[in-house]
Design a protein around this ligand. Structure first.
Ligand SMILES: Cc1cc2nc3c(=O)[nH]c(=O)nc-3n(C[C@H](O)[C@H](O)[C@H](O)COP(=O)(O)OP(=O)(O)OC[C@H]3O[C@@H](n4cnc5c(N)ncnc54)[C@H](O)[C@@H]3O)c2cc1C
Length: 432
């Protein structure tokens, strides 16, 4: 079968790898100049003088794997790159009331200053319930806000969780189902994996394996339209076109709706009713650390203009990044947010006073500052989301969809992207 896959993120690559393994003739189309999608990496341009070049690539958005991310870990084993995985236990903390407090274990919760003892007990009960309860379906019917307040208590909701959910989901904070929260807590492991060399190592190995199986990846090739032609599909890109027996869309749903004009209105309406946020990361490369020890800092003070600070070089050694400290400042933003139109210099100016509140002794010596925006990177789950999430088959037989929106109940992640890619490939093979 001649198959077109649109998008070379982890879903597209895993689907392409599986299908080409079964002997199908696969072409993967990728708009960007590199594969990897949301987990793709970069290195600053070659440097002369005192600034050393980076040895490793870095993801445009902070990335790590959990110990129970079994699908991607098995793929790494199959690809022979499990020896490229480093396992560490970096610190997670929360910024609240002017203090950074470790917040990643039961003992850290009980030594946390911002809550009364009763509120800590209630929070512990909620977290324990989410950690041991394997049944997420009933939790899809109630909101995270109501679960927090009934089991976790009103105090910890007001002090911790409400500001964090507001920071992540903005106007949608009260619609997010408890199953989303369950997935976050149930799945989390304190020890995390990262690739020696960055996630690009995994992407590069997958790309090589796909090519070895006689399939191709067309980079810097944006697909403009896909239209039906008899029992086949004409895929048009950059003034050229080619005909395929079947197509898999791994791109965000709003883009899928524009490039497949023949999708019926009811189908587009359902896909477009899923709200999405854009992810934005400002990456600072500095001589001094912004955070001393913490890897991941959640900001629960909503007067701050950002949600999370991720000090990558408190997870991986700074020697791989020219000896500089690498810190991500992260935000999830609705499509009309003014930050999405700003330059990195404008954002840094807004963020700087708040960075100094995290570390008053910090002097800015950012030798480099990079800004990345990932449109539609965070689908917002609403009540009973599993009924709304796109299934593999679409109303056009022969066109399949598997993207970030298809993942239920989990929040998106490369592990689920790998599973989704493999699953859609197997589904397609069975259905033909
Ligand atoms: C801020 C942030 C932090 C994250 N942290 C983690 C983490 O710590 N661990 C983890 O495992 N996951 C993390 N993720 C999630 C992870 O990156 C994604 O789940 C995964 O990479 C999604 O893969 P995908 O293939 O579904 O989509 P994508 O990676 O979005 O791939 C879709 C591809 O389609 C391409 N495309 C779009 N339109 C077209 C077109 N018209 N023609 C051709 N190509 C097109 C895009 O360029 C893109 O490469 C994070 C994501 C974000 C945004």
């Amino acid at each position: 079968m001649k198959i077109a896959i649109i998008g070379a993120g982890y879903v597209g690559l895993a689907a392409g790898y599986t299908l080409s393994k079964f002997g199908h003739d696969v072409t993967i189309f990728e708009r960007d100049k590199e594969a990897g999608g949301l987990a793709s990496g970069f290195k600053p341009a070659y440097r002369r003088g005192k600034d050393k070049n980076w040895e490793w690539k870095l993801e445009k958005a902070y990335h790590h794997l959990f110990q129970n991310d079994t699908d991607i870990l098995s793929l790494c084993k199959e690809l022979g790159i499990e020896n490229k995985l480093l396992l560490k236990r970096p610190l997670t903390a929360i910024y609240q009331n002017g203090t950074i407090s470790q917040f990643d274990s039961p003992s850290a919760l009980f030594s946390f200053h911002g809550l009364s003892f009763g509120a800590k007990l209630q929070t512990a009960c909620l977290l324990a319930f989410l950690k041991i309860n394997p049944f997420w379906k009933p939790l899809e019917k109630i909101t995270a806000a109501s679960l927090f307040q009934t089991i976790g208590g009103k105090e910890s909701w007001r002090v911790l969780w409400e500001p964090l959910l507001l920071g992540k989901f903005g106007p949608y904070k009260d619609s997010v189902p408890a199953s989303w929260l369950w997935a976050r807590v149930f799945k989390r492991t304190p020890r995390l994996y990262y690739f020696k060399g960055g996630f690009s190592i995994c992407v590069h190995t997958l790309v090589q394996a796909i090519k070895k199986q006689q399939s191709s990846i067309l980079l810097s090739t944006q697909v403009d339209t896909i239209v039906q032609e008899k029992n086949k599909f004409r895929v048009s890109y950059g003034g050229r076109s080619d005909v395929f027996d079947t197509v898999i869309l791994t791109i965000p749903s709003p883009i899928a709706c524009t490039i497949v004009p023949d999708f019926p209105k009811f189908y587009k309406d359902n896909l477009l009713s899923i709200p999405h946020l854009h992810a934005q990361t400002l990456i600072l490369e500095t001589d001094e650390p912004i955070l001393e020890k913490t890897y991941w800092l959640n900001i629960s003070n909503r007067s701050f203009p950002f949600l999370a600070v991720v000090a990558h070089t408190n997870f991986m050694d700074k020697k791989y990044y020219g000896g500089k400290h690498i810190t991500y400042i992260g935000n999830y933003l609705p499509p009309d947010h003014p930050y999405l139109k700003m330059t990195k210099e404008q954002l840094l100016k807004i963020f700087m006073p708040y960075i100094r509140r995290l570390n008053p002794s910090f002097q800015l010596s950012a030798v480099s500052c990079q800004l990345f925006t990932a449109p539609f990177a965070q689908p917002v789950h609403t009540l009973n989301y599993s009924q709304k999430a796109p299934q593999f088959s679409t109303p056009i037989p022969g066109i399949f969809i598997a993207n970030l929106d298809s993942i239920v109940p989990w929040d998106r992640g490369t592990n689920y992207a790998v599973k989704l890619g493999k699953d859609v490939a197997e589904y397609l093979i069975k259905s033909k």
